[in-house]
Design a protein around this ligand. Structure first.
Ligand code: SAM
Length: 281
């Protein structure tokens, strides 16, 4: 059992600090305060992070912590914390630990009963999900699929029956092959390919897998692929959806809007739900 009251001690702490995924003005005041507060910043790539920190006007000792040096970096960071220092962990972009290094470090620091404090901020997966137009009620963040098609298809097979929205990270040179595998294994589902989020070339491609496949050749930049969950598995009875829609309408929403809101993520269309609502009036 480990109980942490983050704001009740001023001792050593490990801060998990997200950095911008593109647009540097998305650095929050708390992120700046935290980076200015700590004694040391652990980062994936000291050159990359050095540039970012310089642009933010922050000058702190940097230490390297990436997936290939954890056997030295974790004990090094633990030693700093045991000496009473405050340490921030950042990655090249977004949250540390989310398809980025940091998981082993967090486990080790919790084990030592030293506070681990998360700072809110940018994350490509959530940015893509909320603007995808797909259900946000339940979702699975998968991260990167395997680079090899055979293994990738096996991974997709395991996700095929999953009724909730799926979120993948993908590299531009693999997106076409990945979409072909998604089409083959998951079918022609609704997707959203979100590209270059928060940057000047930000783009959302919303449609079916086959529609996006038609135009994805040569697409560049950083990408998140959001895929509709398996709607065949969605067994929510229409009565439940209609009750929800009627409740929304009773709260003042227009009936058609209530039907649209209630049917999101179910196998029923707005018109079906609206039709049932009218029968029950
Ligand atoms: N830790 C990061 C986060 O919280 O989102 C993710 C790091 S992961 C190594 C890098 C991948 O995240 C990229 O290959 C891409 O799939 C996704 N990504 C990062 N920045 C992005 C952006 N601005 N637009 C779209 N996808 C992005």
């Amino acid at each position: 059992m480990n109980r942490q009251k983050s704001f009740e001690s001023d001792g050593p702490s490990l801060y998990l600090v997200p950095t911008p995924i593109g647009n540097r003005s998305e650095v929050s005041t708390r992120t700046l305060e935290t980076l200015n507060l700590v004694d040391v910043i652990a980062c994936e790539d000291t050159r990359n992070s050095g540039q970012l920190l310089k642009s933010l006007g922050i000058s702190k000792p940097l230490i390297s912590h990436h997936e290939f040096n954890t056997t030295q970096s974790i004990p090094g960071i633990l030693k700093l914390l045991e000496e009473g220092k405050k340490v921030a962990v950042i990655s090249d972009a977004g949250y540390p630990l989310i398809s980025d290094p940091g998981a082993g470090l967090v486990e080790a620091v919790i084990e030592e009963e030293i506070p681990v404090i998360s700072i809110s901020g940018p994350n490509a997966a959530l940015d893509a999900l909320v603007a995808s137009g797909l259900s946000t009620k339940h979702y699975l963040y998968y991260g990167f699929l395997d680079a090899k098609s055979t293994k990738r298809k096996k991974e997709l097979e395991q996700l095929k029956a999953f009724p909730y929205t799926l979120i993948f990270y993908e590299a531009p040179h693999r997106i076409e092959d990945t979409l072909k595998d998604v089409l083959e294994v998951l079918g022609d589902r609704k997707i959203c390919l979100a590209r270059e989020l928060t940057k000047v070339h930000e783009e959302y491609l919303r449609g079916t897998v086959s529609e996006v496949l038609e135009i994805c050749e040569g697409l560049k930049g950083e990408m998140v692929l959001v895929v509709e969950g398996n709607t065949q598995q969605n067994t929510t009875p229409i009565e439940e959806v209609v009750v929800k829609a009627l409740a929304l309408a009773a709260d003042g929403m227009k009936p058609k809007q209530a039907a649209a809101a209630a049917c999101a993520g179910t196998r029923f269309s707005k018109n079906e739900v609206y039709g049932e609502m009218m029968k029950r009036k």
